[in-house]
Write a protein that binds this ligand. Sequence first.
Ligand code: CDP
Length: 218
Amino acid sequence: MIPVITIDGPTASGKGTVAARVAQKLGFHYLDSGALYRLCAYKALKEEIDLADEAHLAKTAQALSPVFEGGKIFLDEEDVTDKIRAEAVGVAASKVAALPRVREALLDVQKRSRRLPGLVADGRDMGSVIFPDAPLKVFLTASAQARAQRRFNQLKEKGIVANIDTLTRDLEERDRRDMQRAVSPLAPAKDAKILDSSNLTIEETVGQVLQWYEALAD
Ligand code: CDP
C-alpha cells in the first residue's frame, strides 16, 4: 500500500509549510488540496461566475488543468502562484468548497496523486474523506490569534499590507464556514492525532509529525 500522511486543519495553521517540509524530508510527493479550490475560485472570479452557480462551478473544477512545476502553479499558461494566495481568493475558495458537486469534481485528481514512494496531503478532509486509510493522520491547529499573526507575517513577506483585526475576523469567519458546511466539514478524522502548534516552531511541528511517522514502523 502506498503510504499517505494527511495533515488537515484550519486556515493559517501552518499545514502547507509543515506538509511540504515533511514531504521533502521523506522524499514523498505533496498534495496541496487547498490550491485546487483556490484555482477554481480564481477562475470563477476572473470569469465572473456566480459563486453560487454550482453546475457552472463544478464544470469549471472538472476542466481545471493546472501545471505544478518547480514550486510554481500555472493555470492556462498564466503563473498564478502568488495570485491564488490573495485573501479574496481564499474567501471565495471556501465558498466554492462548500458545493458538493465542486468537491466531487476534484475527487479524482486528488486520489491520483497517491503515488510511490508516498504522499503527504494537506487540506480539510484529507484524513476524513479522501484518504481514510492513511496510516498517519494529523490535525494541526493553533489559536486564532497565532494564526492571524502567521498570516500577517506571510502577507508582509509578499509585500502585502494587512490589518491583524481584519485577518482575525476573516479567518474566524472562514473557520465557521468550513466547520458548518454539510459536506466534508472541517473536523479531525476519528483516528487523527491532534497537534496544537500555537507555541511550536515549524521545525518542532515537522519533527513531531516525522516522529509519529517513524513510530508506525516500530
Ligand atoms: O491556506 P489556507 O489554509 O487558508 O487555505 P487552503 O488550504 O489553501 O484552502 C482554501 C479553502 O479551500 C479553505 O478555506 C477550504 O474552504 C477549502 N478547502 C477544502 O474545503 N478542502 C480541502 N481539502 C482544502 C481546502
